[in-house]
Each structure stands twice: as structure tokens, then as C-alpha cells.
Design a protein around this ligand. Structure first.
Ligand SMILES: [Zn+2]
Ligand SMILES: [Zn+2]
Length: 84
């Protein structure tokens, strides 16, 4: 796992931890997100903020992705995009 999460004081999750699935936006404590995490670990950038579940603005480029939450700022990753 190499997700970059900015520390935050914003409410939405205990201690700013990832309370929500970054792929489907559902609560991580509920349901099975194994498939979501598999997608996030391979080819897909997150679509939802893991702290507040807001939809993020996602940009994909040849070397990775950046995803911006309007409240929690930007996270970035290179999940597989640079691998031939
Ligand atoms: Zn999920
Ligand atoms: Zn957020």
C-alpha cells in the first residue's frame, strides 16, 4: 500500500484515518471492499476521499494520478500506471 494521505484535523473520521473506501465511498467497516482494494492496488485511482467519502477530482497522467478532495487536499500515487 502506498497511498499518500495528508494528516488532517478535519472531522469525518477518527484521527483522520481512512473511514471510507476510496473506490466506492462506502464505510470500510461495512461490507466487503476486497474487490475495491484490489482495483485500487492495480489500475484504478481512488474516486472518493477515504476520510469524508466526498467525490474527488481525479487526474490521471502517464506516471500516476492525483486525486483532490475539496476539503482534504490532494493525494497522489503511481499505482501501476508507469509499469509497462
Ligand atoms: Zn469499496
Ligand atoms: Zn475529504
Amino acid at each position: 500500500m502506498s497511498a499518500v494521505l495528508e494528516p488532517t484535523d478535519e472531522p469525518g473520521g477518527p484521527d483522520g484515518t481512512a473511514a471510507y473506501c476510496a473506490w466506492c465511498g462506502g464505510a470500510r467497516a461495512e461490507g466487503d471492499h476486497a474487490a475495491c482494494e484490489r482495483r485500487l492496488a492495480t489500475v484504478d485511482p481512488p474516486r472518493h476521499c477515504p476520510v469524508c467519502a466526498r467525490r474527488m477530482v481525479v487526474q490521471v497522467d502517464p506516471v500516476g494520478w492525483t486525486a483532490r478532495c475539496s476539503r482534504h487536499g490532494e493525494s497522489a500515487g503511481t499505482n501501476g500506471f508507469s509499469t509497462p
